[in-house]
Structure formats: structure tokens, C-alpha cells
Design a protein around this ligand. Structure first.
Ligand code: FAD
Length: 260
């Protein structure tokens, strides 16, 4: 007899899929019940494996204003779930939790007007939700205060950014967004004209040149655990209080340490 998961989970069909590289893709899903969430939150979803739900957390890319949920996913070759998710296509379903979770949201408590959003690869996901939400709130008059978002994204190769065109467009259209991209394996990308090296190597440079001072700035770190440890140290040495550094670690530090 099939297991009844209906109290905690809903069956969410995939409505669209876009691939960027052999290991990175975006899926859109339309669950039968709306999921209430704030920009920056995540939801767990997965698949039935031997009558148990094999599930993982995924940051929500879409803004709460959008009709579908969007996720930017990386296939971890030796991983339990992500290679199974990679096999799914339009029409297939995942078991999705009915509640979103997380406190990785824009800091509105400190009064800081600047937000330094630092990420590796799929760690860009919550920032896309924040940017889309800000854009809509500004357009519809729900946000008036002056603020600035600076997004710094690091990947290995230039086909791993996923959302670079969208961020470039918004940054070109609005003065409140700055988008900086860096790749850590430029020798594999001879035509690359942007920044080179890891995101932590660029934190000092851009916090100086863009005047992202601890007095006016909250920093956000999302993605690779090793990057988060290094970036936190750099920010602390620059005078950022721990309360002004928000973190979303995608896997435990020391586990599966990968180049970024
Ligand atoms: C709050 C939160 C939000 C997250 N959001 C996203 C997201 O938006 N997109 C996304 O792709 N993932 C996201 N993750 C990671 C995701 O939950 C899974 O850990 C990831 O999909 C791997 O699951 P798996 O079952 O394939 O691998 P597992 O079997 O769980 O892990 C295998 C090994 O891979 C390591 N590992 C996990 N993720 C990665 C990675 N990306 N690169 C390299 N090594 C890794 C693990 O530490 C472990 O050693 C998020 C995690 C958290 C906690």
C-alpha cells in the first residue's frame, strides 16, 4: 500500500527545466497548495526511496510574488538525492514539505542601508529571490528607503553563474544593485574578461572600493562551507560584528570540501 505523506508533504510537479552546464540546472514547480515564504528562505523536497522520503533543503529562487517555485540545483556526483533529481523532467513530481523555513532574510533590524550578498554557485539562489522581491516592492511603492545590494558570485567556470544575465540587466537598470562575478578557473575560460579568483579574495577589494563599511553594511554568506569560513574571518578582521554576518551553509564545514 502506498505510504500517505499528505500531512507534511505535497506532490509538486515540475513545470519547466533549464540546464546551464552538465551539473547545474533550474527547475520550476507548481505545488497544488501555495507555499508561504519570505525571500531568502528554503524548502525541503525529495523523492520516495524505499517508503522513506529522501529529502534535502533548497533555497527558493523565485520571489513570493511569483506563481511558481524556482530552484537552482547542483548535481553532486556522489550525492544521494541530487543525481536522482537530475533525472527528473517536466511532469515528474517531488515530495515537497508544506512549510518553508529559514532566517536567511534581508536584515531590516539593524537599519543598515547596504547589503553585501556573497555566494558560490547555487548560493546565489536566495539573493535572486531578494532582488526580484525588492524590484517589485519598489515598483509598487512598498519600499521607499534608500538601500544598496552588492552581489558577489564566485564559480569555477563561466557557464555556472545561472542568473548572470538577469542580474546584469537589473544592475544596468537600477542604481541600487551592483553585481560582481568571478571565476576561479580562468585558464579553462580564455575569453573571460571579468574578475578572477575566489570570492573571498575579492571581499577586501570591493568592501573598500564600494565603501561597504561595518557601520552601514550587513554581509550575507551563502553556499560552499569553506568559502563561508574564510569570508567570515575576513569580514570579522575588517570589523564586522558576528551579528552583521548572516550565513546559509549548504553542507557542514569539513565535509565534502570542494574547490570553489
Ligand atoms: C538551507 C540550505 C539550502 C540549500 N539550497 C540549495 C540550493 O539552492 N541548491 C543546491 O543545489 N543545493 C542546496 N543545498 C544543498 C542541498 O540541500 C544538498 O546538500 C545537495 O543537493 C546535495 O545533496 P545530495 O543528497 O545529492 O548529497 P549528500 O548525499 O547529502 O552529500 C554528499 C556529499 O556532498 C557534499 N555536498 C553537498 N552539497 C554539495 C555541493 N553543492 N557541492 C559539493 N559538495 C556538496 C556533502 O557535504 C556530502 O559530503 C542547500 C542546503 C541547505 C542546508
Amino acid at each position: 500500500m502506498p505510504v500517505d505523506y499528505s500531512d507534511k508533504y505535497m506532490l509538486a510537479p515540475i513545470t519547466r527545466r533549464q540546464d546551464y552546464s552538465p551539473t547545474l540546472w533550474t527547475v520550476w514547480m507548481k505545488p497544488p497548495e501555495p507555499l508561504t515564504f519570505k525571500a531568502g528562505q528554503y524548502v525541503a523536497f525529495g523523492l520516495n526511496n524505499n517508503d522513506k522520503v529522501l529529502e534535502r533543503a533548497f533555497s527558493i529562487v523565485s520571489s513570493p510574488y511569483e506563481p511558481e517555485l524556482e530552484f537552482f540545483i547542483e548535481k553532486v556526483p556522489e550525492g544521494a538525492l541530487s543525481p536522482q533529481l537530475y533525472q527528473l523532467d517536466v511532469g515528474d513530481c517531488v515530495l515537497m514539505r508544506k512549510k518553508a523555513k529559514g532566517i536567511f532574510n534581508i536584515d531590516v533590524k539593524s537599519g543598515h542601508s547596504q547589503h553585501f550578498l556573497i555566494s558560490t554557485v547555487t548560493g546565489i539562489a536566495p539573493y535572486i529571490s531578494m532582488v526580484r522581491t525588492f524590484q517589485r516592492d519598489l515598483r509598487e511603492g512598498r519600499l521607499a528607503q534608500p538601500f544598496r545590494l552588492v552581489v558577489l558570485q564566485g564559480v569555477s567556470r563561466s557557464n555556472e553563474f545561472g542568473y548572470d544575465r538577469e542580474l546584469q540587466e537589473v544592475a544596468g537598470a537600477y542604481p541600487w544593485l551592483t553585481y560582481i562575478q568571478t571565476i576561479s578557473r580562468p585558464w579553462e575560460d580564455p575569453d573571460w574578461k571579468g574578475e578572477r579568483g575566489r570570492v573571498d579574495d575579492l571581499i577586501r577589494k570591493y568592501s573598500d572600493s564600494l565603501e561597504l563599511t561595518p557601520e552601514s553594511t550587513t554581509a550575507y554568506l551563502c553556499g560552499n562551507a569553506g568559502m563561508i569560513v574564510n569570508a567570515r574571518d575576513i569580514l570579522r578582521r575588517r570589523g564586522f560584528e558576528q551579528a552583521s554576518i548572516k550565513e546559509e551553509t549548504y553542507w557542514p564545514p569539513g565535509e565534502g570540501d570542494v574547490e570553489y
